[in-house]
Design a protein around this ligand. Structure first.
Ligand SMILES: Cc1ncc(COP(=O)(O)O)c(C=O)c1O
Length: 393
């Protein structure tokens, strides 16, 4: 990866790391080119493996290099790769590092697309998955078999926001000499630095907080340089590479990550506190509430907080749907991490095909609502939420 000044602070890195000042440009210009003029240096780079040579935009581009270097600087990673979506990053990582006969341990409440990949696709290639509890590292250890190659976790689970005790997982992975891969989409390196805690690879759906404006789909994998170079050739083979313009949008979005995240987190904390006191709300999931049973772990794993919260309205899924329809400012849509607040119910979106009893066992009770809290004025958000809650009384 490019030369980085490692002793700057997080905000300085979000603004300056990776940015290519070509022709004196303040921002990395958009290099909307699928291919690059070959010269001696590029032929040599091609011969050497091409990972950091500008040849063809499926391999890398000026804009993908800029955004990759920025994510690596923020995550403290040796190297990284960008993808056309978070799922392209995840599928390339799993299919690229695992082979027939291998086994991994994950949790049933990983992101739904990841769960589908693990249950419907990996077994077709002879890769077996065991599921354990992300809040209980010992359950992962108990599921390890002789052929286990990877433990797969997420910083915060969706939608009930359970926290993984990353250092405890790292200790287990290191003792068994297996890879620890984490999806850090929900907290970002602003709140959680999984590599410092012992993870080998960190995955992002950059569609979410890193992009931050709900205008681009993308993914990233960063971490150990040897693993990234193994994955580079898999990315070239599988082809899930991002377009330069998408990389440009991602880099531009990331330049304000440090400014956006504290607002997401403080707005979410304020709303969670008020929701917990509202008579039409029976429970609130937000690990930064002192009353939350994960609060202590949250202060260790994600001390800066999160913009995500969930809550259960009185009256079940019908009342939750009515609440959503009553909102005027908050937007009823799937996804998360954008500057605008988004709200959805798992029962008719992410968990539509999960039987109700399984949802309830996972903590998704009837009336469950997930909210990605944006950075609007918090009083405007609360006014809208309060009137929509009062309309279902
Ligand atoms: C935690 C997490 N990981 C991965 C993904 C997949 O990302 P994408 O939609 O960019 O493919 C998502 C999407 O919602 C997600 O929430």
């Amino acid at each position: 990866m490019g030369e980085e000044n490692t002793d700057t602070g997080f905000a300085t890195k979000t603004i300056h790391s990776g940015t290519k000042h070509i022709e004196g440009a303040v921002n990395t210009p958009i290099f909307q080119s699928s291919t690059y003029k070959l010269n001696e240096e590029r032929y040599a780079g091609w011969a050497a493996g091409a990972q950091h040579t500008l040849l063809y935009a499926r391999l890398s581009s000026v804009n993908s290099d800029a955004a990759t270097e920025k994510i690596c600087a923020l995550e403290g990673a040796e190297d990284g790769l960008l993808f056309a979506s978070g799922m392209a990053a995840i599928s390339t990582t799993l299919l690229g590092l695992l082979s027939s006969g291998d086994h991994i341990v994950a949790a049933p409440d990983v992101y739904g697309g990841t769960y589908g990949l693990m249950t419907e696709e990996l077994p077709r290639f002879g890769i077996n998955v065991s599921f354990a509890d992300m809040t209980d590292p010992a359950s992962y250890e108990a599921a390890i078999e002789k052929n286990t190659k990877m433990l797969y976790i997420e910083t915060l689970s969706n939608p009930v926001l359970k926290i993984a005790d990353i250092p405890a997982f790292a200790e287990i992975a290191q003792r068994h000499n297996i890879l620890l891969v984490i999806d850090n989409t929900f907290t970002t390196p602003w709140a959680t630095k999984p590599i410092e805690m012992g993870c080998d690879l960190v995955i992002h759906s950059t569609t979410k907080y890193l992009g931050g404006h709900s205008d681009v789909i993308g993914g990233a994998v960063v971490g150990n340089a040897d693993l990234i170079s193994q994955l580079f050739i898999k990315k070239v083979h599988f082809g899930g590479s991002p377009d330069p313009h998408a990389c440009y949008l991602l880099e531009r979005g990331m330049r304000t990550l440090h400014a956006r995240m504290p607002l997401h987190a403080s707005n979410a904390h304020t709303l969670a506190t008020r929701l917990a006191e509202h008579p039409m709300v029976s429970s609130v999931n937000h690990p930064m509430l002192k009353s939350d049973n994960q609060y202590e772990l949250a202060t260790k794993i994600m001390p800066n907080g999160t913009g995500m919260l969930a809550f259960t309205v009185v009256g079940g899924d019908g009342a939750a749907s009515k609440f959503l329809s009553g909102l005027q400012l908050l937007f009823e849509a799937t996804s998360l991490g954008g500057v605008e607040s988004l709200v959805e119910c798992p029962f008719n979106t992410s968990h539509m095909f999960v039987p109700e009893e399984v949802r309830i066992a996972a903590g998704i009770n009837p009336g469950f609502v997930r909210m990605s809290v944006g950075i609007e004025d918090v009083e405007d958000l609360w006014r809208d939420i309060e009137q929509a809650l009062n309309s279902i009384r």
